[in-house]
Design a protein around this ligand. Structure first.
Ligand code: BTN
Length: 327
């Protein structure tokens, strides 16, 4: 860790409280001048650090800069084991891409890649995912022991519920899930999840799974490209950035997902997932390749498949695909 990062880590641990230059220097075995320089560099990077006479430096709450140092103090005891494997890229091509490369290289369970923006963010069906600065783009590597490849839908469902809970804990607003893995607030998409896995075909189990999560945090409605403006939203489209919101969200997500290392209780996962589904009992349009048709989304089964009733009374069961909710 460089000097700037060490000073930031200490200030983050004492966010809102003052630490004198001498104290910081003493704790980190640095000169007072090196501390002063690091504080100036952090201010240039956008951190609000107040300097009070005789009291020292204080990292105020008035910023929302994503950083590993801002996340680590917020990790719960279980997730702290992964503290060394949280990686930040200011601009990533795609955090899923980086995480997959790391997984192929043998990166451990819990390794997390975070970015402030992505130049080639990817969504399902190889679509691009709009990833401007100010969002939260996060990919976490999971090594779920003995997880059979048929259980991958459970990982996605678990992640969708975990992100809903994290958003609720931090913002007080409860997103709904649109099958399979989109999170909605106020009828618009606020988060997308892309789960990718490598399977060992001999054993039928997953070698690793990468769960990629993209949350629109500060984007204003006008920031979205025209084709997304009607359907996408962010957590704070109209208000000023909340302090440390993205670090808090990232920590809440890591805290929940890092525990996913044993075979999941699928029944429990889908029960939680079902509670948050937004389309049950509603008319939907089903899109499968070139085919589209209308149906009522009746329920999900115990493996997360969507159970539909078509207008002629036939039952359809969907394990993948996309639906649009008709309002
Ligand atoms: C979707 O809406 O179809 C899924 C979008 C998933 C986007 C996230 S952002 C972090 C991670 N990196 C990517 O390139 N994609 C996922």
């Amino acid at each position: 860790m460089g000097t700037k990062e060490q000073v930031l880590a200490l200030l983050e641990q004492h966010r809102g409280a003052c630490l004198s230059g001498a104290e910081i220097a003493g704790r980190l075995h640095l000169s007072r001048n090196a501390v002063w320089k690091a504080v100036n560099d952090l201010r240039k990077a956008g951190y609000q650090i107040e300097a009070a006479t005789n009291r020292g430096y204080c990292l105020t709450d008035a910023n929302d800069i994503l950083s590993v140092q801002g996340i680590l103090p917020l990790l719960c005891e279980n997730a702290r084991a992964f503290a060394d494997s949280v990686i930040y890229e200011k601009e990533s091509r795609s955090t899923n891409r980086t995480a997959k490369a790391l997984a192929l290289d043998g990166a451990a369970h819990g390794t997390t890649v975070l970015a402030d923006s992505q130049s080639s963010g990817r969504g399902r069906y190889s679509r691009s995912f709009f990833s401007p600065p100010g969002g939260l783009y996060l990919s976490i590597i999971l090594h779920p022991e003995r997880l059979h490849f048929s259980q991958i839908t459970a990982v996605t469902a678990f992640a969708a519920v975990a992100v809903c809970e994290a958003i609720e804990a931090v913002t007080g607003r409860a997103p709904a899930i649109k099958w399979v893995n989109d999170l909605f607030l106020g009828g618009k998409k606020v988060c997308g999840i892309l789960t990718e896995a490598v399977t060992d075909f001999e054993s039928g189990s997953h070698s690793w799974v990468v769960v990629g999560i993209g949350i629109n945090v500060h984007a204003k409605q006008a920031d979205f490209p025209p084709e997304l403006r009607e359907t996408a939203t962010s957590l704070y489209p109209d208000t000023l950035p909340e302090s440390g919101i993205r670090n808090r969200l990232a920590a809440e997500i890591i805290n929940r997902l890092a525990g996913f290392d044993t075979p999941p209780d699928e029944k429990e996962i889908f029960a939680e997932y079902r509670k948050r589904l937004m389309m049950l009992g509603k008319q939907v349009t089903v899109i499968r390749g070139d085919e589209t048709y209308c149906a009522v989304a009746e329920d999900i089964d115990e493996t997360g498949r969507l159970m539909l009733r078509t207008p002629d009374g036939q039952r359809q069961i969907l394990s993948s695909g996309e639906i649009r909710i008709l309002t």
